[in-house]
Design a protein around this ligand. Structure first.
Ligand code: OGA
Ligand code: MN
Length: 209
């Protein structure tokens, strides 16, 4: 059973290939949305989030000048409450493989929490030492978000930058290597489910997800 029809997927995949990004509103059903959001709130309550880093070349002080989010990495085997969300992620993966001829073999996802006053400066998601991120997927969980709350996603495009409000249930996908973007300073706690569909060159022999 698929979440979305062939027709919808073809439209979204077309936008992704032509514009390098696609924005899909109400990507999560109300039921799935509340599952993911309650899981998020539970993990926040349990203090399971950790400061996100940028890797060994940066030290922690510098990190906070670049990004201020906290993350909780998901594990399909452990985080069973999110089974339905993982099914949807699998559908994204198989659809992109089918229509975009991508060899995606896995994915990595985390919950991201940006406390008030934090941001993530302009960057691309394919790091130099991690060349296997193909498609970035972000699903926002900000109930009642309004103008002035901040934390918009800014996508840099030659034709003009795009500002994406982080609305509850909205999904943004973009090409990880090609789309510079930034999270503008947020004035309220900002919640998302964020991940990357991964390319695994054949022969390497490990599969995530
Ligand atoms: C990221 C990122 C954007 C967003 O986590 O790499 O750019 O809107 N997130 O949360
Ligand atoms: Mn990013």
């Amino acid at each position: 059973m698929n979440f979305y029809s062939e027709e919808k997927w073809i439209d979204w995949v077309d936008q992704l290939s032509q514009n390098d990004y696609v924005i899909i509103d109400d990507f999560l059903s109300p039921q799935l949305y509340s599952q993911v959001r309650s899981f998020f709130l539970q993990k926040l309550e349990e203090d399971e989030f950790q400061r996100a880093g940028l890797g060994s070349v940066f030290n922690n002080v510098l990190d906070t000048k670049i990004r201020g989010d906290f993350t909780y990495w998901l594990d399909k085997g452990r985080d069973e409450e999110l089974n339905a969300a993982f099914d949807l992620i699998e559908e994204i993966k198989s659809t992109l493989n089918r229509y975009c001829f991508l060899s995606l073999s896995g994915y990595e996802f985390h919950l991201a929490y940006y406390p008030e006053g934090t941001f993530y400066k302009r960057h691309v998601d394919r790091f130099q030492d991690r060349s296997n991120r193909m498609i970035s997927v972000i699903i926002y969980l900000n109930e009642g978000w309004q103008k002035g709350d901040g934390g918009e996603l800014k996508i840099y495009k030659e034709a003009g930058d795009i500002i994406v409000d982080p609305l509850a249930g909205r999904c943004v996908m973009f090409k990880s290597a090609d789309v510079p973007h930034e999270v503008l300073p947020t004035n309220v706690g900002r919640y998302s489910l964020t991940g990357w569909m991964l390319y695994q060159p054949s022969g390497v022999g490990y599969i995530l997800g």
